[in-house]
Design a protein around this ligand. Sequence first.
Ligand SMILES: *Cc1c(COP(=O)(O)O)cnc(C)c1O
Ligand SMILES: [Zn+2]
Length: 422
Amino acid sequence: MTAIADRHTVPSPASALVCRNCGAEYPLGPQHACFECFGPLEIGYDADALARITREDIEAGPHSLWRYAGLLPVGHDSATRVESGTGMTPLIRADRLADELGFTAPLWIKDDSANPTHSFKDRVVSVAITAARELGFSRIACASTGNLANSVAAHAARIGMPSIVFVPADLEPAKIIQTAIYGGTLVGIEGSYDDVNRLCSQLSEEDEFESTGFVNVNIRPYYAEGSKTLGYEVAEQLGWRVPGQYLAPMASGSMLTKINKAFKELVGAGLVPSSSWKVYGAQSAGCSPIATAFAAGSSDVVPVKPTGIAKSLNIGNPADGPYALDAVRASGGAIAAVDDDEIREGIRLLARTTGMFAETAGGVTVAVLRKLVEAGQLDTSVETVLYNTGDGLKTIDAVSSGAHPTAVIPPTLKGMRDAGLL
Ligand SMILES: *Cc1c(COP(=O)(O)O)cnc(C)c1O
Ligand SMILES: [Zn+2]
C-alpha cells in the first residue's frame, strides 16, 4: 500500500484506442475490437507527451515497472497502481553461453523469472488489473495457458479483488496449485487454450460478467502494453540504448511486438540514440503457427492444435501472429521452432552455462538461439538480448527424468570412494 505522503502523479500520454488493422480511433475504455473492421485495438499515444519524458524522470521513479508509468496507459496516480514489485528484473551477461555458441559480441539474458509469480506475466497483469480498477471493474478474469492464471490470481489477492481464472484442465500441476493457492475461483476447462479463450469471449458478453474485466479479452489493449516494459528496462539497463537484436518466445506473439513498440517509442521520444535492431522469435514445434508462416513466406497464420511440453506457449490461434511476422520481417530477423527434446536440451544448456533454471518457454528460446546461430540466421557478432520469461520450478516434470543425484551414498569417506568421488 502506498502511503498518502508518498503519493505522486505523472501525466497520462495515452490518447486513444487505435485499430491496428484500419487505423480507426476510439476513446480510451474497455473495448478491444474495431467497430469498422473487427481488427484488434491498441493504445495510441500522444507523441508530444512521450517526448516530454526524461531519463531522469524515469530513474527517479520506483524500483518496479511503474517507473515507466509516463509511457503506459494507466497507473499515472500512484494511489491507483497495483504495485507487486514487478519488473526491474536482472539483465545478466551470459558469457559462458556466448562462448559455447561462438558469440563474439555480448549476449545478455533478461531474466523475467525473477518477477513475483516467476514469469513475465506479472508485467501485463500489473497494468491490466490497474486498468480494471481505473475503469471501474469489480472482478478480474482471464483465459490462461498457466502463467497468466498464476499472476492474475496473485494480484487479485493482493488488492482483495475477486478473480475468476480459466485454464485448460491438463496444465502442469505446479501452475494449477500456484493459481488455486491464492483463493480465487479457478475453472479447469476440458479443452485447449483456444477453447478456453473462446468461452471467455462468450462470457464477456454475458450480463453476469458486465463488471468483470477479462485481462486478455475486453481490456486486452491495456494488458498488452505491460509487455513494453521489457523493452524499456533492457534499454535503461544497457545505459539507455537499444541492443542490436533480441530473441523472444511467442505464444500469441503480443510480447514480441510490444518489445519492438517500446524500442520505437524510446527512439521517438529521444530517450535513446536512434538505431536499428533485428527481431527474432521462438516457438515450439508442437505449436508453431507463426514459425510455419514465416518459413512459408506467408502472412497467413494458419491455426493449429497445440501439442508438446511448452504449454505456456501453446496458443494454436495466435491473435498477434500477423503483427509478429511483420515486426520480424521488417527488421530482417527470423523465426524458428524446436521440438521437445531440443527444448529440454535448451533448459539444460542455459542452466549449466548461466545458473538460470528456465521453464519450457525459456528452453524453447535458448534452443532456438542455438538453432538460428547454427543455421547462420543470427549474427553472433551483434550484441543480443534473449528473454527468459519463466521459472523452471513451474515445469519441473519436463526435465525431471534427466536430473538425478550423481550418487546416493552413506555419510562416510568409504561411501565417497565406492562411488568414485574420492
Ligand atoms: C505468455 C508467455 C509468453 C508469451 O506470450 P505472448 O502471448 O506471445 O505475449 C512467453 N513466455 C511465457 C513463459 C509466457 O507465459
Ligand atoms: Zn479497424
